[in-house]
Structure formats: structure tokens, C-alpha cells
Design a protein around this ligand. Structure first.
Ligand SMILES: [Zn+2]
Length: 503
């Protein structure tokens, strides 16, 4: 989460993706890391500007600023704080053990306004000083850009991004560059935006290239020894060939569906040396550089018992269709139209859909050496689906031999297993004449064409498009006259189907 650096911005609010937690401990006992609603407090008056729509009508609903559920206990070193409306810090929350990083003297939160005064929680500040000393010994003079930022400071930072008139700014690019207040790890007093002096001399320094600089590499390799981890790494699909720090040009600044943030090689969070080592072991076991690589987000969620590995961000009007909200729209105060936001109930779980998807029609079109099998489906509001999401026409493309269990959805993207998730609906197609083509090997999300497909970078549940939706699968190598079955799938189970013969 950067304070500066317009150059780091990419104008598209890359959509994110979703998935919800469901089935975790909320609702009965509070999950670890959350405290009671009554502690949430009201929004400071100085932050009200963020609830006024920008020129394009984007804003955050009141319910998503002060959610009607328990909010996160920031004192927990392993607190989950992300873009979701549920995992939010109270406006009143600030750590009670903040110190000025340069003097190590206690500092009240209100006095900690970077860059004038950088503060961290005492334990994190001590660890930071040890890490900074190690950096210096290795010839990397540290440059701390930002540490603790209180809720009100974050309002100012975010508003500066969003309300810079006469430029290409606005709420959406701001959301891509900066966290909405309450959702910033900097409010925990354990996160730093850290560079080297050499790097910051080069001008605008919030650039991904820092990850490949000598100092950036040193931090990525050694910070965990001091208890710091990198929450927003580079997604494996976005990497330049043979590199673990540089993105291919078309993926620079792209949001990572695992975290909801773009690659931030300067943002480190202190979780303690033991936790950092535990996380590192889990990360290594997950398969770094593979489609299964986890981030801190997935590790923390697993600890909380959350069922899904990611969940959709708060609705702000920028990525309608791939966001979640506590606002039911009854007061006309929702930033996304009805059916374009995942509604959360008072326990923070997705509101159940009324009814199930029904198959209305199917059609098959030959396309060179491939066939495209389309299904028109009636989808009730609040239906959950999952990747693979189709292209601009809603079509998922399967090359020769590809199946939903090993599918690369974009050029350069790793093939991943889009295995069925509980409660998620898709359209599936199988061949009827060959045993090897059974089990619906070709599937597609119930998502209308044209939605950004960032969501394909991680297999998780997300909101289906409601109403009448046509989606399709394009499959190479099927012969004329062959019989296929098109089905509505709930998980792996077909609940409605049509048979067709290929032209
Ligand atoms: Zn940051």
C-alpha cells in the first residue's frame, strides 16, 4: 500500500476475485482475531469525504466502513486484514505500544504521521532496527518510507489518491494503489514500506522493479529471519520467464487474486520470527512458483479455519460483480446495482441464493478444428460459481488434451486444477461416446462474457452473473457426429442436462 508513486498506478482496477469464507467459526463463537462489534466506533468526521461518490459514482457504503459484525483484533500479530468488508479494523483501533522507530520512545498514535514521524509497535520496531543493521552490514542503506498509519491518516492518503481533480485519478485507480481506511496493514503498526536509499534516489520509488534490485532481493531472502514477511508477492502467472521478481510487461501492476493487491516488493509485515518461519515452511510446502503457491493471506485464513482461500473485496462500484457488501441496497445506498454484489449476512457469510440455476437451451457451433458448445442458463441472484471464467464471449478454451483439472486460461498462465468447490455452480460438458471424456472434463463459470478474468489466477468461489447468461466451452479435437452432454453442475454433480450431437 503505497503513499506516493503515481507511476506505479495502472488505470484498470483489475478485478479481483472471490471467494468467501463460509463454514468457519463465525456465527457461533467469534473466530480468533476478532473482537466485538461494540468496539468498532464511528467513522471520524475527517473521513466522511470517502463516502461521497466521485465523478463516476464510486464510493463505499456506510455498512462496509463500520460493518455490523465483529471487527479484527489488531493486537494479534496474525490478524487478518484484507480488502473484504469483513476483515476490517475499527476506526478507533490503534496499537497501545507504538514507539518512534528512530528513538524507540513511546509515541501516541496521533503523533505518528509519516514521513515526519515513523512509528511501529515496540516489538516490530526492535526487529526492524535489527534488520536495518543487517542491511547496512550488507551495503544496503535502508530507507523507511512509511510505517504505522492510523485510520484517519489512511483516509487522507486514500482521499489524496481519489480526489486529485484534473488527473486520471478517481476512486478506482485509488483502490488499486492504496487500501481503504480500516483495511490497511499499516494500521496494525507492524507493516513497513521499505526501500534502500540507493533505490529512492532514482525518483518515483513505488515501482515493482525494486523486487529485482540488490536491496529488494536481500529483503525478500532475509526479512523472515527478523520476523518480517512479504504479504503481496508476484503472482506466478505474471512472472517473466525465468524470473521470480520481474513481471511480464502486460502484467505489471496487475492485481493478484490471491491477495487483492498488486505486487508490492517494498511492503513487509512483522509477524514475529517464529511465525515467519512457520509461514515460510508452509509456503515452501505449497510449491513456490507453481499454481498452488500460497501467500500470507491463505496461510492466515487457514489458521482461522476459513473455508475459502480468498474472498471478494468491498464493493466500491469499481468491480461490480466481483465484490461483497453488507449493504442490502434497500436504502438506495449501494455502490453496485442489485445482483452485482455478493450480499453478506449479519454473520459475514454470503446470503443464500433463492432457487437453483436452470438450463434453458444449448447449441453447438463448429469453429475450425474445434467445437464451441454453448449453454443458456437462468441464474438466480446470489448464486455462487467458480473459475474457469470464460473470455469476452463467456467461452473457456480447452486445447487438445486440456481438462478442467489442468487448464491454462491465458497465454503464459500456469495450468491449474479448477476442482469443484462446495456450493459453486458451473456449466460442464462431457463426451458420451468415450469413457475418457466422462466426468465433465470441460467446465465454465456462470459468468457473462467481458468480465475481467484476473479471477482465473486462483480457484475460488465467486458471484455468478444473475439473470439469463450464455456461456460456452471451446474444445479441440472432437469429431463430427460425436454425442456430448451439457449439464448444470453443483460441485461435481449434474443437476440438469441436455444431450447434443456435434456437427
Ligand atoms: Zn505498504
Amino acid at each position: 500500500m503505497s503513499i506516493g508513486a503515481a507511476s506505479a498506478l495502472v488505470a484498470t482496477f483489475a478485478t479481483f476475485v472471490g471467494v468467501l469464507y463460509g463454514g468457519d467459526a463465525a456465527g457461533q463463537t467469534r473466530p480468533r482475531g476478532q473482537m466485538a462489534r461494540s468496539d468498532a466506533g464511528a467513522i471520524p468526521a475527517s473521513c466522511n469525504a470517502l463516502r461521497v461518490p466521485d465523478d463516476a459514482g464510486h464510493f463505499i457504503a456506510r455498512e462496509d466502513f463500520t460493518p455490523p459484525v465483529a471487527v479484527v483484533d489488531g493486537d494479534d500479530l496474525l490478524a487478518l486484514v484484507n480488502r473484504s468488508p469483513r476483515w476490517v479494523l475499527a476506526p478507533t483501533y490503534a496499537p497501545r505500544d507504538l514507539v518512534d522507530v528512530s528513538t524507540m520512545r513511546p509515541a501516541p498514535a496521533s503523533s505518528c504521521t509519516p514521513p515526519d514521524r515513523q512509528c511501529l509497535r515496540r516489538e516490530a520496531a526492535q526487529a526492524y532496527q535489527r534488520m536495518a543493521a543487517a542491511m547496512r552490514r550488507e551495503g544496503h542503506e535502508p530507507k523507511l518510507d512509511s510505517a504505522f498509519r492510523g485510520f484517519v491518516t489512511q483516509c487522507t492518503v486514500f482521499a489524496k489518491w481519489a480526489w486529485r481533480r484534473g488527473t486520471a485519478m478517481g476512486f478506482c485507480p485509488a483502490t488499486n494503489a492504496s487500501a481503504i481506511p480500516g483495511h490497511s496493514q499499516h494500521q496494525l503498526g507492524t507493516a513497513v514500506d521499505l526501500f534502500t536509499l540507493a533505490w529512492t534516489r532514482g525518483g518515483a520509488h513505488f515501482r515493482e522493479g525494486f523486487g529485482c534490485s540488490n536491496g529488494g532481493r536481500w529483503l525478500a531472502q532475509n526479512s523472515w529471519r527478523f520476523g518480517f514477511v512479504l504479504p503481496y508477492p508476484l503472482h506466478p502467472d505474471y512472472r517473466a520467464q525465468g524470473s521470480d521478481c520481474a513481471a511480464r510487461p502486460e502484467h505489471r501492476g496487475r492485481v493478484d487474486p490471491r491477495t487483492g493487491y498488486k505486487h508490492e516488493p517494498w511492503h513487509f509485515r512483522y509477524i514475529g520470527p517464529e511465525n515467519a518461519e512457520r509461514f515460510r515452511r508452509a509456503w515452501e510446502a505449497s510449491g513456490p512458483g507453481t499454481a498452488n503457491e500460497i501467500t500470507l493471506e491463505q496461510w492466515l485464513r487457514e489458521r482461522l479455519g476459513a473455508r475459502d482461500a480468498v474472498e471478494p473485496p468491498s464493493c466500491d462500484g469499481c468491480a461490480c460483480g466481483e465484490c461483497a457488501t453488507f449493504n442490502d441496497g434497500s436504502a438506495g445506498s449501494a455502490p453496485c446495482p442489485a445482483g452485482r454484489s455478493l450480499l453478506l449476512d449479519r454473520s459475514g457469510h454470503p446470503t443464500a441464493a433463492r432457487g437453483i440455476p436452470t438450463l434453458m437451451a444449448t447449441r453447438v457451433v463448429r469453429d475450425g478444428s474445434a467445437v464451441v458448445i454453448y449453454a443458456r442458463v437462468r441464474v438466480p441472484a446470489q448464486t455462487l460459481t467458480q473459475p474457469p471464467i470464460g473470455d469476452a464471449q463467456g467461452i473457456a478454451r480447452y486445447g487438445a488434451g486440456a481438462t478442467v483439472h489442468a487448464l491454462s486460461t491465458a497465454e503464459g498462465a500456469l495450468a491449474r486444477d479448477y476442482r469443484a468447490l462446495e456450493g459453486a455452480w458451473r456449466v460442464g460438458v462431457e463426451g458420451r461416446d468415450e469413457r475418457a471424456q466422462r466426468g465433465y472434463p470441460w467446465r465454465v463459470a456462470l459468468v457473462e462474457g467481458g468480465r475481467d478474468t484476473t479471477a482465473n489466477g486462483f480457484n475460488s468461489r465467486l458471484l455468478a452473473t444473475s439473470g439469463e447468461v450464455e456461456v460456452g466451452v471451446r474444445v479441440e479435437g472432437l469429431r463430427a457426429g460425436q454425442r456430448v452432454r451439457v449439464a448444470i453442475l453443483r460441485g461435481d454433480e449434474a443437476v440438469d442436462s441436455n444431450d447434443a450431437r456435434l456437427p
